[in-house]
Design a protein around this ligand. Sequence first.
Ligand code: 13P
Length: 249
Amino acid sequence: MQRPVFAANWKMHNGPSDARAFLRSFLTHNARRTDRQVIFFPPAISVTTVREMIRERTDILLGVQNIHWEDKGAFTGELSAGMARDAGATVALVGHSERRHVFGERDEETGKKVKAAVRAGLSPMLCVGETLAEREQGRTEEVVLRQLRAGTAEIEPSQMVGMLVAYEPVWAIGTGKTATPGDASVIHAVIRAELAGMVGERAKGIPICYGGSVNRGTAASLLEAGDVDGLLVGGASLDSEGWSSIVRT
Ligand code: 13P
């Protein structure tokens, strides 16, 4: 198995001052490691600060939480993939459930954003996941596969190597309800099989992370589940000490 991914999605937390304080503590207590991949997704306003803080820590990657699909233009409040790259990010979340369900982002837009990320030299981390209603209707696989296909529709199979996928069931995000390792493993295997249909053996090299109320108590068992290659963590990544203990799982 590839080294596990530990990704912190700070959402709308940790402006530049808080980000600096967080990283000062995190970097002091977490020496460089080559057996895991840590990624921070700070809010856009803190990207430069995080870049400066992690400067020589090439073992840590920096990402943005969202990008626009155009390279530039009259899109007030938006951020292009090229700008994110210029600021030092190398990864971009695309289609996070809050983008989809709070801000109305559609499947078609995720496809364009993944393409824009690849065009700018960023690794897209495509987020997929069903709502509680969809789960109760037995539509989990259908929804996840639809989101996966739409999110990768605009890129070539060869460009998919280098991307990441995050399975984040919407009902588990910020609710304290975590999918069981077994549940996560089933859906991750479905995602892996779909990826294999697109890129063959190379699908094994596309990390599939689980997200949704992960905490230090659940991280280890989720990581042990089949086809779970990493974790995408929201709330439990906001406290430097707690996040450090998850990264040391
Ligand atoms: P929580 O870990 O707070 O449930 O958030 C998960 C998430 O959305 C990470 O992207």
